[in-house]
Ligand binder design. Structure first.
Ligand SMILES: [Zn+2]
Length: 213
């Protein structure tokens, strides 16, 4: 956990958008630009994919990122690595302190397994990811959805190696900031999850801000 506030002020941002819970966000971030994601009401899960903007096969890799930094969770100083061992972005500020690399995104299948069969129809992050990548390139499909980051999610690993979806440690107004080290496409599914006690069954909006280098 490496809590660090940012010197950037909102008035200087070149872009600002509030993404409602359950919606997705697809945006290109140029090398040198900085993206801030703000957890507006606290303990929201911002499920995120990153791709090299010029080569979608070169994409965020959880294993390469974990290996490179020697830690399971992301915070200030973490460098997000791609499947081709290239640095995509670096976390340059973080007022939450913990972001999950392992939990994955919710799907209709996982909702059915984790909660009950009657949840099968509910919209899930994997549906949002699919809509977003097809908006980018209609040729992309399910196979292009690989590892994701769950910003603001607290998913501790027990000594036995089990994942636990614990109460969040984020709060209203906490944020994470990433500077792009190459041109990247960012896909965020602002989780629609209505079954999860960690957000008090109440998914909330997040804000996206971008600053030029
Ligand atoms: Zn989700």
């Amino acid at each position: 956990m490496n809590i660090l506030s940012s010197p950037r002020v909102e008035a200087d941002a070149i872009y600002s958008k509030v993404v409602p819970a359950g919606d997705f966000w697809l945006h290109r971030i140029q090398r040198g630009q900085t993206l801030r994601m703000v957890d507006l009401e606290g303990n929201q899960a911002a499920d995120t994919l990153f791709y090299d903007a010029s080569d979608p096969l070169n994409r965020y890799s959880a294993c390469d990122t974990i290996q490179r930094q020697g830690a399971l969770y992301l915070t200030t100083g973490s460098v997000l690595m791609s499947t081709r061992a290239q640095a995509l972005l670096e976390i340059v500020a973080d007022t939450c302190g913990r972001h999950d690399t392992l939990g994955g995104a919710c799907s209709r299948e996982s909702n059915t397994m984790r909660y009950c069969h009657s949840k099968e129809h509910m919209h899930a992050c994997r549906d949002s990811f699919l809509s977003a990548i097809q908006q980018w390139d209609a040729a992309m499909n399910k196979r292009d959805i690989t590892c994701n980051i769950n910003f603001f999610m607290n998913v501790p690993v027990t000594p036995e190696g089990k994942l636990t979806f614990a109460d969040g440690i984020s709060a209203a107004g906490r944020y994470v900031e990433l500077t792009a080290l190459r041109d990247v496409m960012c896909v965020v599914s602002n989780c629609p999850q209505l079954n999860n006690p960690c957000n008090a069954y109440n998914p909330t909006p997040i804000q996206m801000l971008i600053w030029d280098a």
